[in-house]
Write a protein that binds this ligand. Structure first.
Ligand SMILES: Nc1ncnc2c1ncn2[C@@H]1O[C@H](COP(=O)(O)OP(=O)(O)OP(=O)(O)O)[C@@H](O)[C@H]1O
Ligand SMILES: [Mg+2]
Length: 287
């Protein structure tokens, strides 16, 4: 399922399992190259082959600039690969749709909408439509969306009184939690989270980690989760993928580790896996 230089034991067990669980995301021989004005083009991703099964919680790690966000944007359909294919539910990825939730690395809230309006925006557009807002039959639906949005707001640890605030009145960490609520309320089949917890203080971060794991268990959403925190990657996910490239190479990053995380791993196993991720991802000479 993955290209050379990766954990073959994990890859072999995945191959066996795919017979029962369908593949949700297939990344096939993907390369990404960016054209640069007056310079040689820049290779970012090189020959990425990766299958993600429905219901997997996959963390993506790797040094800064190795192409993690680029990979998420390919799965979202916001960007196309230079070579290769990205298939989602066996269809070729063309453009973003409501089945794919996305929490980008940079805050993306609408500055002129309140917190509540930001959270309900996706549902309003897909279920009510821009012109249906005033129809009496739609008013009940909008009320329902608002009730759901308030529920998500509370689950994110924000107050009901924050609902009427505008993004600029919130801290970075609060804005990030609104962005997470905005993605979750759509109940996407696939959830892409790009360093979604990085702006949070340690206590809030632990709370959000617990919440996302709970939601994942409840909904069996397929999650791709980018993080720089190897403990977070190992304790949250079912599988850790590390991107990297040989030092000095201009070939773009490939997959250097594909590690299955056993369910209910004990502290010793977790510590061993973290060491493995850190050695393979962050050691000089690998990146
Ligand atoms: N549209 C673009 N045009 C040119 N270069 C780009 C473009 N988008 C990304 N890059 C370059 O591609 C490389 C990978 O970027 P990307 O944002 O995917 O890395 P990343 O692994 O997410 O890094 P970080 O951990 O810092 O978020 C970087 O060198 C970046 O400058
Ligand atoms: Mg990034």
């Amino acid at each position: 399922m993955v290209s050379g230089g990766v954990d073959t034991v994990a890859a072999a067990s995945l191959a066996a399992d795919t017979q029962v669980t369908p593949t949700m995301i297939r990344i096939q021989d993907v390369c990404v190259e960016y054209q640069q004005k007056g310079k040689e083009s820049k290779k970012v991703l090189n020959s990425i082959n990766l299958d993600v099964r429905a219901g997997e919680f996959v963390s993506l790690v790797g040094q800064t600039g190795c192409g993690k966000s680029t990979l998420l944007r390919l799965v979202l359909g916001e960007e196309m690969p230079t070579n290769g294919k990205v298939l989602v539910e066996d269809g070729l990825r063309g453009q973003p749709d409501r089945h794919c939730g996305y929490v980008p690395q940079k805050y993306s809230l609408f500055p002129d909408r309140t917190v509540l309006q930001n959270i309900t925006f996706g549902q309003e557009v897909t279920e009510v439509g821009f012109f249906g807002r005033a129809l009496p039959s739609r008013r009940a639906l909008r009320k329902e969306f608002q009730a759901q949005a308030l529920d998500y707001l509370r689950r994110m640890g924000l107050r009901e009184s924050d609902a009427s605030k505008y993004p600029h009145q919130l801290s970075g960490g609060m804005q990030q939690r609104v962005a997470i609520a905005q993605a979750l309320i759509m109940r996407p089949k696939i959830l892409l989270m790009d360093e979604a917890f990085s702006a949070l203080d340690p206590g809030t971060r632990t709370g959000m980690q617990r919440l996302i794991k709970e939601l994942w268990r409840e909904t069996q959403t397929t999650i791709l989760f980018v993080t720089h925190n190897s403990r977070e990657a190992v304790t949250l996910s079912t599988r850790v993928i590390a991107l990297g490239r040989p030092s000095g190479s201009d070939d773009g990053a490939g997959i250097v580790l594909d590690l299955a995380v056993p369910e209910n791993a004990n502290e010793q196993t977790i510590a061993d896996l973290i060491r493995r991720v850190e050695t393979d991802t962050f050691t000089d000479g690998i990146l």
